[in-house]
Ligand binder design. Structure first.
Ligand code: PAF
Length: 277
């Protein structure tokens, strides 16, 4: 496995890569969700590139950029085990040099949910992902369904800007109690960790109601909200039943819908979602 710490090193390795290139962008502190993406990239491509970069521009001023968990040695050992070929680990100084002034903004689909709770977040995500795509030049790039809105934003950016690659979205990987894997789960103390299962319980409730024929989106939102409210450590930021493509809130479930939610468990903000077919 080769490590590229500068853009020039990454581009030089890319020049020497033959066949298809599968790319898994990450912010490190890897878990089984990331590794599932690397495994899929390994199965589908000749060359696998992963990046580790905690992108400062996608964090708000009051968010956890400084405390975001980091463990590069452990990440590299995990990537080596999954047979990644190249790991790109650029510095913030090189990715955002002085006087950096070009940004990618994806409109509409970023207006709601994470976009409204975290102003500027998707501008940071779209910009860094566009830069990484330009540097790595992947054939396919892999993202997790856990960040459903991010996946939609990146797909839209790739389509609108005619980026020459395929964006692949892989299913959410969950712990045994249903909690979606996330690098931020490490912030939870044992009591909070137990309480965090309420996100999956609420999504499962939405799915069960849908399967029983419930078509009233507001009734589903209310049932989810009432279930989460019974958990004393949980504080809801949003509960949404939206069109799975546009993310516009639905009143009636007459098309594929995305049930999604953001909930604070203690100080830790968690998100999760499920597609209701
Ligand atoms: O999902 C993430 O880890 C990040 O948002 C990404 C896509 C690596 C961009 O920094």
């Amino acid at each position: 496995m080769q490590i590229a710490k500068t853009i020039a090193e990454m581009k030089a390795l890319r020049m020497k890569s033959f066949g298809s290139v599968g790319f898994v962008p990450t912010m490190g502190y890897l878990h089984d969700g990331h590794l599932a993406l690397v495994k899929q990239a390994r199965a589908e491509n000749s060359v696998v590139v992963a990046s580790i970069f905690v992108n400062p521009t996608q964090f708000g001023p009051a968010e956890d950029f400084r405390t975001y968990p980091r463990d590069t040695e452990r990440d590299l050992a995990m990537l080596e085990k999954e047979r990644a070929d190249i790991v790109f680990m650029p510095s913030a100084e090189e990715m955002y040099p002085e006087r950096f002034s070009s940004w990618v903004e994806v409109e509409k689909v970023t207006d709601r949910l994470e976009g409204s709770c975290r102003p500027g977040h998707f501008k940071g995500v779209a910009t860094i992902v566009a830069k990484l795509f330009n540097i790595v030049e992947p054939t396919r790039a892999y993202f997790g369904q856990k960040d459903a809105q991010q996946a939609l934003v990146i797909k839209k950016m790739a389509t609108d800007l005619n980026m020459n690659l395929e964006v692949i979205v892989a299913p959410t990987v969950r712990e045994s109690d249903g909690l979606a894997m996330s690098s931020r789960n490490v912030y939870l103390n044992p009591q909070e960790r137990q309480a965090a299962a309420v996100l999956f319980k609420a999504l499962t409730l939405a799915q069960n109601l849908r399967e029983k024929g419930e078509k009233n989106a507001e009734r589903i939102r209310q049932e989810m909200t009432s279930l989460i409210s019974k958990e004393p450590l949980a504080k809801i930021e949003y509960v949404s039943i939206a069109d799975a493509q546009t993310l516009e809130e639905l009143s009636e479930l007459d098309r594929p819908a995305l049930a999604s939610l953001a909930v604070k468990i203690g100080k830790t903000r968690l998100i999760d979602n499920m597609v209701l077919e």
